[in-house]
Design a protein around this ligand. Sequence first.
Ligand code: GLN
Length: 490
Amino acid sequence: MDLTFASFGEITEAVKSKKISAKEIASHFQTRIQTLDSKLNSFTSINKNALKDAEAIDARISKGENVGALAGVPFGIKEMLCTKGMTTTAGSKMLSNFVPPYDATVVARLKQAGVVIMGKLNQDEFAMGSSNETSFHGVVKNPWDLERVPGGSSGGSAAAQAARLVAGTIGTDTGGSIRQPASFTGIVGVKPTYGRVSRYGIIAFASSLDQAGPMVSTVKDAALTMEVICGHDSMDSTTSQKSVPTWSKNISANIKGMKIGIIKEYMKGGLDADTQKTFDESLETLKKLGAEIVEVSVSMTEFAVPIYYLVAASEASSNLARYDGVRYGYRADFKNLSAVGVEEFYGKTRGEGFGKEVKRRIMLGTYCLSSGYYDAYYNKAGQVRRLLTNQYLDAFKQCDVILSPVTTSPAFKLGELINDPLTMYLNDIFTTSTNLAGLPGMSVPFGLSQSGLPIGVQLTAGHFEEQKMLNVAAALEDASPVKGKRPHVI
Ligand code: GLN
């Protein structure tokens, strides 16, 4: 087994049968992080206890204990997720010294399943961004081309996974932050149905949209991760009571007779040539495999970006109000605290603690929620969001899964869009509606641009229909012209 590229199944099988110890595996990936990450900046901190944690798994195996479905698999975790005893900064100066005393449910479940946490992964500040250039920890580079962005906001997860500095990673997706970086780095990224994954212990950005999910190398590894992290949690009232299927066992690449929907309104051109070609080839492949292509209309997707930026900014302005420098997080330095008024205290603390993009969102969101504007912006966005969701529900009466591009182009250059927020926001044109409607969505690698950059295609399914989406993804993965292609850095 080539350890660097081993699947979860290969790793757990080898660890459980003692062909290799969890400690040796953890040590292998630790070395990769140490030697390669200086080029990428994907890790924000390393778990100093990783080898000890791995040893504990080996000890339990020796005692004949059941160590879980992902025994010995080394994972990196996005900075948004609380990890007991390890920094959880959300990529912000505001939380740069925050070490949570508890694990997010996702992290707790991964540990329970035998995963070894190798460290925390870089991201855009508070998950706001599409390029991983707004992080307090600095920009992350794309392992396929070090002059390009890895996408965002889960850019650290994407870069670390694409370079196989770990075997698996977790990202979060509020408007595309798992799928867009997955597409930019040639990995598989899944945002499950809203309510599948507990948000307990995940730093809140926009609570009605946020969802965590796997960013891994294969469709099967994604399914295996989801089986571990999904499911009801009494600590998050928005989690669904629905049982969690064993998706990995039921994956079938036989998609004969399945109905694949194409959104009419997405077919108006405007994609770069390589992205268009990748999309067209994926469609042809599905046809050849016996799927039926159906055109559906989701006309409200035209408004997805504006609705998203109103809803997400509004929720963010409310969620981020908690960072006041009083209880935890960054506090500005005041010479004589007792002489400082509340306004000055909050103003200086929040002014210094948050970066530019986060402040822009807080101002936008606060404006949308303020008296006199609430009905015109926040309420109206909510109404259009409902109409968009209804259109998707109708569309899924005509098809099983929707195929679309993930973005309009492959990874752009570092610095190219960072001073142009509106163009940056438009990057989310194909991803935000999935979050607004609460649907599951994923990116599967399917193409390479002329200049050798990976390009994914997006699959979206009806609520709780992840299996259908994973099956089509498996079919695409098998037929993918980029199967086995790897970035230069590794
Ligand atoms: N790029 C989007 C934004 O900036 C999505 C972010 C996300 O999904 N966390 O808000």
